[in-house]
Design a protein around this ligand. Sequence first.
Ligand SMILES: [Cu+2]
Length: 412
Amino acid sequence: MRIRSLLFITLFGLFLTATLACCGGDSKGHGGGSCSDGKDSCGMGMDGLMTMRDNLKAYWEDVRGKPFKAEGKVRKYYIRADEVVWDYAPGDINGVTGEPYTPAEAIYTVRETPYWGSQFIKCIYQEYTDRTFTKLKKRSENEQYMGLLGPTIRGEVGDTIKIEFRNACKFPNSMHPHGVFYNKDSEGAPYEDGTFGRDKGDDAVPTGGSWTYHWLCPERAGPASMDGSSAMWMYHSHTDESVDVQSGLMGFIIVTAKGMANPDGTPFDVDQEVFMNYQIFDERQSHYFDDNFAKFGTTPTIPTVGNFGASLQKHTINGYLYATGPYVKLKQGSRVRWNIMSMDLHTPHWHGNTFVTDGMRMDVIGLLFAEMKVVDMVPDNVGLWLYHCHVPFHFQGGMITKYEVVEKKKYH
Ligand SMILES: [Cu+2]
């Protein structure tokens, strides 16, 4: 893909050169000179026109991508929607300050009348080792920061992703992917789309039910010419979309360019991938609101005091508040790809290191609702650094954590 990027840039450069040579304006900004061949066709000679046509052809071929050919792997996943008691803020210390919570912070984190504290029943996607669904697939120590995110699902262009899905939560839900190619039996969203029968089985998997989703990875699901070696997508339940997502059901999909994946699907040129979801979980919108009131409520009836509603809006990164979750560790000088998504409106900011995204060097990005961004970093600055949303109300509410860059010699 990098080679294709260079080709694209070269073609674009040739086009610009040809255009400028033929169409150069004068110093007063008036465009349109004559071409060197004596013809005046708005300043663009035949060579420039042909280059532009070639360039546009390459551009649309990039947009379209080659048709899918099932010449890759079938990657199988066993994923279940499971009920868990999630702790948004393990321990009783603010991980940013190292101090006990202030009264303003405690409304989100401490169970004290009338507030419900940091533990809530949620429904999250969990990966199992096989179709018996008896053994959870373990995350490595340096993946623990992923919190309540579902497993990362991977494909290389040409691959088929096959997911055996079960629902062990109390409400019907589904797996709806972004980006990959799916037929109507693998979309995971109920609406009047003119289909019936088997094509409806994926829409709302009932409690105790199961479904097998098939997602394909054509070129148009993978990186375009200006991407790196992988494209990132989200997946989430779309049965009752916003309520399902507020309840905890979301994760990442990575599609690597053809020939750019290691056997496990990770992009071969990247030393470490990081996954971050910026999301305000509003527990008033969860399927488990009544259950949480019954289990964690501290008053006989639902409080109406001013801050109570706000206390149920958990401003999280991967489901953690105030840097109370595990921090991701990066090796100094390594090639790190951060995959970031948002379910609201956030502005992630990294202290200490910069990155490149959309061809620009930055240390803040903006994310709108359901926006996904990939940023590439080679961290050179060793230390423990803040990583937070820059919206004041959000980081004050807990949308703040840390990441660590470990000296090359000490990283293991
Ligand atoms: Cu934010």
